[in-house]
Design a protein around this ligand. Structure first.
Ligand code: GRG
Length: 301
């Protein structure tokens, strides 16, 4: 007989395999676009969006919906919407004016392949499309409005964009942990947290469940960034599909540069364990989310 842990791992592996494929198919369908979309723009959008990726944020939407007893099918449009916002942020982050990267998701970054102007427009189109998807595919309309509001807030000036601004302008200005965490709570954490919240809302979460999911999202968001910093130091370009070693080259403030490698690894593990624990308080079917928190700290890509 299989142990309970093996059953949960099996559930998670099957869920990810099935839903990653569903997300990829759905993203491809949504970005076929009609003849008014210029071919070059369509190609640029699909080059970045449909490239091989972990689909972590869509999986968080779908697993959070499932954890609340909802049908993940209903959350698929929201899963695609968060991936569109995430991909827009990667395209813009790779631009020469920002992080200046020529490789993303194992492919030339969008501007390296299509030029800066087209890459900016591809990002712009993806950002707008995300809200169109939520507005037109989430029902009832009141729920769609709430989802639009939450995603806009996570992507806006006080979160994703604000965190990016602080990271670009003065990452070294205040070399302490609180400053670093404040940047990443907004730049990386908010999109992870909103993924969990949208899935919960569409799955019909109670207030208590939504609070537990939010706390889970905040904790794994920070754990994800710590591991991202560790992978930039120790990971492989081939596995990551992006250049590594850039933080050290730029002398950037990171968790390992501030706390050391071992303490960073330990902190990521503690955050994932705390994220798991918080789910137990809210009567959720949390087996998938628990496995995802573990994946975040163990990942090599
Ligand atoms: C341009 C507004 C704007 C924001 C950019 C996304 C971002 C903010 C910066 C990217 C640089 C970076 C290292 C961010 C932190 C972690 C992160 C978001 C990594 C990429 O996400 P993954 O690992 O990538 O989920 P895939 O390709 O699997 O989706």
């Amino acid at each position: 007989m299989q142990s309970l842990a093996a059953v949960d791992q099996d559930f998670f592996a099957r869920f990810c395999a099935e839903w990653r494929q569903r997300v990829d198919q759905s993203l491809a369908q949504h970005t076929a676009y009609g003849p008014d979309c210029p071919d070059r723009l369509r190609e640029a959008i699909r080059h970045s969006l449909l490239a091989p990726a972990k689909r972590l944020r869509p999986l968080l939407v779908l697993l959070s919906c499932q954890a609340c007893g909802g049908d993940p099918e209903r959350a698929l449009p929201a899963a695609c919407a968060v991936e569109m916002v995430h991909t827009y942020s990667l395209i813009h982050d790779d631009l020469p004016a920002m992080d200046d990267d020529d490789l993303r998701r194992g492919r030339p970054s969008c501007h390296a392949q299509f030029g800066e102007a087209t890459a900016i427009l591809a990002g712009d189109a993806l950002l707008a499309h995300a809200f169109e998807l939520l507005a037109t595919h989430v029902v009832p309309p009141e729920l769609a409005a709430v989802c639009c509001g939450e995603l806009a807030q996570a992507a806006g000036a006080c979160n994703l964009v604000g965190g990016q601004q602080d990271d670009l302008l003065a990452p070294w200005a205040t070399p302490d942990l609180a400053h670093l965490e404040r940047i990443h709570r907004r730049k990386t954490g908010a999109m992870i947290c909103v993924s969990v919240r949208l899935g919960g809302r569409i799955g019909g979460a109670t207030q208590k469940q939504l609070a537990a999911l939010t706390s889970y999202g905040q904790k794994i968001g920070l754990a994800f960034q710590i591991v991202d910093d560790l992978l930039d130091l120790e990971g492989q370009t081939e596995a990551m599909g992006k250049r590594v070693g850039k933080d050290a080259k730029k002398g950037k403030l990171t968790f390992p540069s501030l706390m050391g490698v071992e303490a960073s690894r330990q902190r990521a593990g503690e955050l994932a364990a705390a994220a798991e624990a918080v789910l137990g308080s809210a009567e959720l079917d949390s087996k998938g989310l628990v496995q995802l928190a573990r994946f975040i700290v163990k990942r090599s890509m």
